[in-house]
Design a protein around this ligand. Structure first.
Ligand code: ATP
Ligand code: MG
Length: 571
């Protein structure tokens, strides 16, 4: 075991009382010529100081290739990209898209775009041509950074539908000839903190993905949460498993760790339990940020596999993206020797809002408490006479289920949904930002996720969150995945139907079905237990690993399936 490291934040109550965003801003540099620019905070200021030769990106490629990129080198390559944009005549504010595997050029493009004060929009490289066309069109992309192979397969077929797309930069020879030949210094122009910086599309779990716009000032929240929640210390080796195509992979896969000056592991490959354990072991990862879907897959691969690896360097393991079942927290404690620290946020919030901090006792199944600088509440929203604008918002007390709401004003809050002003306005009422998630807070101030407002089931007068039912099913040793929806019933309103995937080698037969029904009833009581269970070889998920209950519901009820651009294909 490595020597214990004292957490950056040791007393949450005290920190919540004394925290000021202005102080968090003061922990950053600011531009020499004025303002605040994400890329300056992430790379240039380190490249000019004693951390210049620290490894910023420890890249591990797919085919065994490896490259270490220092802060000095990343400052230089991102400057080259910024200078290339300038030479191409790209104006600040125009949108640069990336459709790239996780290679060092992607990180140089992200930071270079920010240096140039253009807007960076990373796309998940497994998207097919249609979702790419939709997003490039919506975002009015001027520049696209991609690879020759991705271009051939996915962009060439749609190129004539994108008249606004003026420049395509291909990683490889093309990049080396153009970007590689550009000057390695670039002076960042004064950047007002309200300057648009990032365009992120939501995961599309509940419907058509929305484009959320973020500004340079967001870096204050990225940095503060990197220090206080992910507990980043100077010599940490940090691995965020999310792709930059999802907000987690940018806020915490690029910005937060680099502003803290730590070494980021960048893994080009996809999930494979054995390889992931090897990576954690070999790179001596100290802080690991991953997602429930990956944790459940590791659980499925078995504790034995985990025990064959030395994972003792991991000091903090955190999770985000979906509710983390208590079962998974306990598994982490048994197998890694430390529980997973769940935290909650959204594309819209830009950074972590609610978390189990390193200094807190983890309550399995809870998202934790609001982080310093964030005021959260559980509210009831009743439509007012003037429609959405006049909605009446009432704060609820402990243990009452309502909508999770946040007081606006933190730096990484989104500044709009692209081309959807009305929708953006509807997110705010009574001085709150309404998240669209239902939750409750216990008497000790811990928050518990109940469900997305769209997924919640009303059955015989009860409000049932699918997560609670799914977690109970997951406690059965035969079950690896579960998704729960409400199906209309003339008497009860809705009855609960569960879709269950069983462990490999387990026979999904009628006997197991009735055993599971009984198991759930014993744990949950008849009012909350599923009325029926069907076995499914796999469940529909977004490409970022979130259960798409809306699709199960649509299929069950024979309704239109809606936007499927982010659906993970079963191939
Ligand atoms: P869309 O808005 O397009 O339907 P999405 O909400 O899944 O997609 P994201 O912004 O990527 O898009 O995800 C944020 C949502 O993920 C949250 O609103 C919440 O529903 C869920 N989520 C994130 N973290 C947690 C967590 N720790 N526990 C429970 N739910 C979480
Ligand atoms: Mg959402």
């Amino acid at each position: 075991m490595t020597a214990p490291v004292a957490p950056n934040l040791r007393d949450l109550d005290e920190a919540r009382r004394t925290f000021r965003w202005a102080d968090a801003r003061a922990a950053l540099d600011g531009l020499p010529g004025g303002g605040l620019n994400i890329a300056h905070e992430a790379v240039d200021r380190h490249a000019r100081g004693p951390r210049a030769e620290v490894v910023a990106l420890r890249w591990r490629g797919k085919a065994g290739a490896a490259r270490d990129v220092t802060y000095a080198a990343l400052a230089a390559s991102s400057s080259q990209f910024a200078a290339t944009l300038r030479a191409l005549g790209v104006a600040p504010g125009e949108v640069v898209f990336a459709l790239c595997p996780r290679v060092p050029e992607l990180y140089a493009a992200a930071l270079g775009t920010l240096k140039h004060r253009a807007v960076f929009s990373p796309l998940f490289p497994a998207f097919g041509p249609e979702p790419i066309a939709t997003r490039l069109h919506l975002g009015d992309g001027r520049v696209l950074v991609t690879t020759p192979a991705l271009y051939e397969r996915k962009v060439a077929p749609i190129r004539d539908r994108l008249p606004g797309l003026r420049h395509v930069i291909l990683v490889g020879d093309d990049w080396d000839r153009t970007v590689g030949a550009a000057p390695t210094t670039y002076e960042i122009a004064p950047t007002d903190p309200e300057t648009p910086a990032l365009l992120h599309f939501t995961s599309g779990t509940t419907g058509r993905p929305k484009g959320a716009l973020h500004v340079h000032g967001a870096v204050v929240a990225h940095h503060a949460t990197g220090r206080l929640v992910l507990d980043l210390h100077d010599d940490d080796v940090f691995w965020c498993t999310a792709d930059p195509g999802w907000v987690t992979g940018t806020s915490y896969g690029i910005i937060a760790p680099l502003t803290c000056g730590v070494t980021c592991v960048v893994d080009e490959g996809e999930f494979l339990a054995e390889r992931w354990y090897q990576l954690l072991e070999r790179e001596r990862v100290t802080v690991w940020y991953t997602a429930p879907t990956a944790i459940r897959m590791l659980m499925k691969a078995g504790a034995e596999l985990a025990r064959r690896h030395d994972l003792s360097a991991v000091r903090l393991a955190a999770s985000v993206g979906e509710p983390l079942n208590p079962e998974a927290v306990v598994w982490g404690a048994q197998v890694l020797g430390r529980p997973f620290h769940d935290n909650w946020w959204q594309t819209e919030t830009g950074g972590i809002m609610i978390a189990n901090l390193a200094c807190m006792d983890v309550r399995p199944g809870s998202m934790g408490k609001p982080v310093p600088g964030i005021d959260a509440g559980i509210v009831a929203v009743e439509p007012g006479e003037a429609g959405a604008a006049g909605a009446v918002v009432r704060e609820l007390g402990p243990d009452q289920v309502g909508q999770l709401a946040l007081r606006p004003g933190w730096p990484s809050m989104f500044r709009g949904y692209l081309h959807e002003d009305e929708r953006y306005r509807k997110c705010f009422a009574g001085g709150w930002y309404l998240t669209g998630d239902l939750a409750r807070r216990d008497a000790d101030g811990y928050y518990w996720f109940v469900g997305r407002a769209d997924d919640v089931i009303k059955s015989a007068g009860h409000l049932i969150g699918p997560f609670e039912v799914e977690s109970a099913l997951l406690e059965h040793p035969a079950v690896v995945e579960a998704a729960v929806i409400g199906v209309p019933d003339p008497i009860a309103g809705d009855v609960i139907k569960a879709f269950v995937t069983v462990r490999p080698g387990v026979t999904a037969d009628a006997a197991l079905n009735s055993e599971l029904l009984g198991f759930a009833r014993k744990r949950l009581g008849p009012a909350v237990a599923p009325r029926s269970i069907v076995f499914a070889p796999e469940l529909p998920r977004t490409r970022s690993g979130k259960l798409m209950r809306r699709l199960l519901r649509a299929r069950e009820l024979g309704l239109p399936e809606g936007d499927l651009s982010t659906l993970e294909s079963s191939s």
